[in-house]
Design a protein around this ligand. Structure first.
Ligand code: SAM
Length: 235
C-alpha cells in the first residue's frame, strides 16, 4: 500500500479520519508507522495528498489529511477483454487498474467457459475491493468502470462502434503477421481474447469494424501478462 485510500465514511471531521481494519493493520505491521509520520492518502474517486498520523492505539489510528492534488492521469485505453478464469481475471483487473485503465468491458467469446460468469470475482464488492488494492498500489484514486457483456455479437455490432469511435482499434492476436505499434500516445480500444484465443469469426467481425489484428511476437502470454506488455508498448 503506497497510498491509503480513504472512504467518505472514514471522516470524523472535515480533515480527520479514523482508520481501522486492513488499512490500519497495514500501517502498523508493514509500515510500522508512528505518531507524527507523514503518509500518502487519497479519497476514493477524489483528490490525493498527505496524511499525518496524529494518534495511534491498538485498534485504530487517527490521521489528519490534506487532499489537494489530482490523481495521476489515466491512460487513454478502453479495454475489451474476454472473461478469463477467475484467478487470472483477478490479476488482470488489478494490473489494469494499477496501470491506469478506466474503462473495462468484460465480454463472453466462443472460447470462454460459461461458468466463469457466475464467479464471485465479477461481483461488485469483490471488484471494488481488488481495484482499491490496485489504486493503493499505484497512488491513484479513480475506480475504473467495469461492464459485463455476455453476448459477443450484439456487443460488437451495437455498442463497440460508439465505444471505439475516434480511437485506434486493436485486436491482440498472437497469429497476426502485423506487430503492435509502439508509443502511439493516442486513445486506443484494445480487444484481448480468452485463454483459448479468439476464433476467426470474432477476429473478422472486429476487423469489419476497423480493428487491426496485431501480435506481440511469437511468445504467447497469459492474458494478465499480455495486458501490461501491451500497455508498456503502446504508451
Ligand atoms: N491459445 C490461445 C490462442 O491460440 O490464441 C492463446 C490465447 S492467450 C493465452 C490470451 C490472449 O492474450 C490472446 O487471445 C491475445 O489477445 C493475448 N495475447 C497473448 N499473447 C499474445 C501475443 N504474443 N500477441 C498478441 N496477443 C497475445
Amino acid at each position: 500500500m503506497n497510498q491509503i485510500i480513504l472512504l467518505p465514511e472514514d471522516f470524523i471531521s472535515h480533515n480527520r479520519v479514523l482508520l481501522k481494519g486492513r488499512r490500519f493493520e497495514h500501517l502498523v505491521s508493514v509500515l510500522n508507522s508512528q505518531r507524527g509520520d507523514r503518509l500518502k492518502a487519497g479519497l476514493l474517486n477524489g483528490k490525493a495528498g498527505s496524511a499525518f498520523l496524529i494518534e495511534r492505539n491498538q485498534n485504530y489510528g487517527i490521521l489528519e489529511v490534506s487532499l489537494t492534488e489530482d490523481p495521476p492521469p489515466p491512460i487513454p485505453l478502453t479495454l475489451v477483454v474476454a472473461m478469463a478464469r477467475p484467478k487470472s481475471f483477478k490479476k488482470l483487473i488489478h494490473y489494469a487498474t494499477a496501470m491506469g485503465v478506466k474503462k473495462i468491458y468484460v465480454i463472453r467469446t466462443w472460447r470462454v467457459e460459461k461458468s466463469y460468469f457466475s464467479s464471485p470475482v465479477l461481483e461488485e464488492d469483490f471488484l471494488r475491493e481488488e481495484m482499491i488494492l490496485a489504486l493503493e498500489q499505484a497512488c491513484d484514486t479513480i475506480l475504473p468502470e467495469v461492464f459485463v457483456r455476455k453476448l459477443f455479437r450484439p456487443f460488437v455490432e451495437d455498442e463497440l462502434p460508439l465505444i471505439s469511435q475516434n480511437t485506434i482499434k486493436l485486436t491482440a492476436h498472437p497469429y497476426s503477421n502485423a506487430h503492435f505499434p509502439r508509443c502511439v500516445n493516442k486513445p486506443v480500444t484494445l480487444a484481448i481474447g480468452p485463454e483459448g484465443g479468439f476464433i476467426s469469426y470474432e477476429v473478422e467481425l472486429l476487423e469489419s469494424l476497423g480493428f487491426i489484428t496485431v501480435s506481440l511476437g511469437e511468445r504467447i502470454l497469459r492474458v494478465e501478462n499480455a495486458l501490461p506488455a501491451i500497455i508498456g508498448r503502446l504508451f
